[in-house]
Each structure stands twice: as C-alpha cells, then as structure tokens.
Design a protein around this ligand. Structure first.
Ligand code: SF4
Length: 299
C-alpha cells in the first residue's frame, strides 16, 4: 500500500527549536462562553466537564508549578534533551481578563525550558486587548493559537452547540495571521449527518484560509456529556478505524505541504471514553498510522 505523506509537528518543532519538543499542559482559571450562559449553556455536546483539558494540572496551582508538574510527568518517560511548549489547554483560555492572560503567559515564557506557548480558545474570544497581549508576547517567544472550529457547516455546529458562526472563525484567522500569530484549526470527523464530502470541504476551507496547522480527531463519546445521551438513544454513528483514516487520508491530500498536522487523531481520556473503542488500544492505532501514513521529509 502506498503511504500518504503529511507534514508532522515533531519534525517541524525539532527544526524550529533544535530539539524534541513536548507539551506541558496548563489549566487557567477560565471557563467558556457557551457554558456560563453568555453565549450558551451546557457547552459543546461532546465536551467533558474538564473542558477538554483532562491531561492538565489543577488551575488552582500557579502556572510555574503546573509546568514543573507537567515536565516531571513527561521527563520520566523520555530520554535526552527536550524542550516544552506550555499548552493552555482547558476551556477557553482567552475568555478572561487580558492582564490575567498576560501574567500567565509571562510566567510560562520566563521558564527557560519553555520554547513556545500554545493557547486553545474560541474565535469569538479574541478581543482587541487580548490580541494586543498575544502580539506583544509573540515577540518574546512564539505564540500559537488553537481555534476549535470542528466544522464549517453552521447546521452541524448548531447541533453540537458551538454557539458561533463559521464567519467568526474566518475573521479571527485573518486577524491573528495578519498580526503574525500562528493559527492551528481543530477539526472533528464524524459529526452527526456529515458526509465525507462535507468533512473534506471543512479541510479545504481552512487550507484556503492559510492556517499554519491542523489537528484532526474523530468524534469521541465521553461519559457525562450530552453526546453520550444521543449515542445511547442510537442517534450517533461512530466512525470505524478504517472509515476514519480513509477520511484523514483524503484530508491530507488536500492540505498544502506547509500546513503542519499536529494530530492525526485524538486521545480521549481513558476514564471517560466510551466510543470509538478502537482508539483505546493506543499502540495498535500508532502501528496502524505508521503503516498507512508517512512523515514528509522537510526540505
Ligand atoms: S468551546 Fe471548547 S471548552 Fe467550550 S464547551 Fe466547546 S469544546 Fe468545551
């Protein structure tokens, strides 16, 4: 079988930062506008109580201590030199006072082990004062902003309670990119009633916007989410492993080589994961990926 090539994040980071790079997940004291009632309530249908940040430390700890904890966890498993990206992962990390965000980023930037900061957020939470913070901090060390798009189809987004329209994402990408900030788009394959053609149109859309990177994942059913209820009622079809990676393969053919693929598939928290069950055996997923896909050599 011919392997499909992709531009992977490991090679990109190694080239950019001169060594292997790992993520140190951080939780800030933030929530999300479609959880607290300002845009919506209940959050996205698939989002867990932890706001997609099950791998981070407690937001009650100072950022510096969270970095220490995260690095200790990772360094037990690795050999040799490594640097770290402080990943502000849980909830909506720009949904806060700009001064708080500024101070939190500074705390991470001041740590010599940290080579960059990645901030997960929503495109409707990039106000002018927040953008000013990001632009200023981006001059200290690189900032990457990760935007949860999932789909360009507003009807699908309504179903999962995204609470913003796709044009808001388009504007945020243009604003961030014109300010010199790297943008990574999160995309989910397998959302309700979406055909393969629709999913690939989402990929084409972000490619046309010249995002710098993408993260793909399949739709996960986690315990305690609204999606669990729909799944129990038989309203959700879960992608099989081959079905999911068939879509990934087509998506990779659409992406220009300079778009970095930060994730070919997600990693749901074990304690909460119900479906897809094939993702539970990580080793076999990695072997499958290595058999079917190939890292593109950087020129
Ligand atoms: S926007 Fe993000 S944090 Fe907020 S509910 Fe949706 S997935 Fe969860």
């Amino acid at each position: 079988m011919t392997q499909t090539e992709y531009s992977d994040a490991n090679s990109y980071f190694r080239e950019r930062f001169g060594s292997k790079v790992y993520k140190a997940s951080i939780s800030l004291k933030v929530t999300c506008p479609n959880r607290d009632g300002s845009k919506g309530s209940g959050g996205c249908l698939f989002c867990s109580e932890g706001g997609s940040g099950e791998f981070s430390a407690s937001s009650l700890l100072p950022v510096k201590e969270q970095i220490d904890e995260a690095i200790l966890r990772v360094s037990r498993k690795i050999k040799g030199e490594a640097r770290y990206i402080a990943y502000f992962q849980s909830f909506t990390n720009t949904y806060c006072d700009p001064d708080y965000l500024d101070a939190s980023i500074s705390e991470a930037m001041n740590d010599d082990r940290i080579c960059a900061v990645s901030i997960a957020t929503r495109p409707d939470c990039i106000s002018k004062p927040i953008l000013d913070v990001l632009v200023r901090q981006n001059k200290v060390k690189p900032i990457m902003v990760e935007l949860g798009l999932q789909t360009i189809f507003d009807e699908t987004a309504k179903w999962f309670n995204r609470c913003y329209e796709t044009c808001v994402f388009d504007e945020a990408v243009s604003l961030l990119k014109s300010s010199g900030i790297e943008v990574i788009a999160h995309i989910i394959f397998g959302l309700k009633d979406e055909t393969t053609e629709m999913m690939l149109r989402t990929v084409k859309h972000v490619a046309d916007l010249h995002v710098d990177g993408v993260k793909f994942t399949c739709l996960y059913v986690l315990k305690g989410t609204g999606l669990e209820k729909e799944w129990k009622e038989g309203k959700i079809d879960i992608l099989t492993r081959d079905g999911y990676f068939d879509i990934v393969e087509e998506a990779l053919k659409i992406l220009p080589p300079d778009v970095i693929v930060h994730r070919l598939t997600g990693d749901g928290p074990k304690s909460l994961l119900i479906e897809p069950s094939w993702t539970k055996d990580k080793r076999s997923v990695v072997n499958y990926i290595n058999g079917r896909f190939k890292v593109r050599r950087r020129s």
